[in-house]
Ligand binder design. Structure first.
Ligand SMILES: [Zn+2]
Length: 98
């Protein structure tokens, strides 16, 4: 019994030709031709670099930076990049829910 690859999807990948789903054998599900699977990651950059977004991120991190009592989501050891990344991710997730 041979395995039918057309039933198996490449997880989290889209074809470089059409941006459609990709089968495990490297065939684009839209044009049925060989393609290069690319990672589906267009969701990562929903948040544009605008002054409004920048202020939103800044305000949130500033608010969540732990005070002397140790409250808040971030502390000095969080690292700036890490804190920004988590904050942007959070805003992106909130936007999806709208
Ligand atoms: Zn295609």
């Amino acid at each position: 019994m041979s395995m039918n690859y057309n039933d198996v999807w490449e997880f989290g990948a889209v074809s470089d030709c059409c941006g459609a789903g990709v089968y495990l054998n490297g065939i684009c599900s839209n044009c049925n031709d060989h393609c290069t699977p690319v990672e589906e990651n267009d969701e990562e950059e929903k948040m544009e670099l605008t002054r409004k977004n920048l202020n939103m991120v800044f305000d949130y991190i500033n608010e969540q930076l732990s005070d002397v009592d140790g409250r808040g989501e971030f502390d000095n050891e969080s690292g700036l990049l890490n804190a920004v990344e988590r904050t942007v991710e959070m805003f992106n997730e909130n936007m999806e829910e709208e």
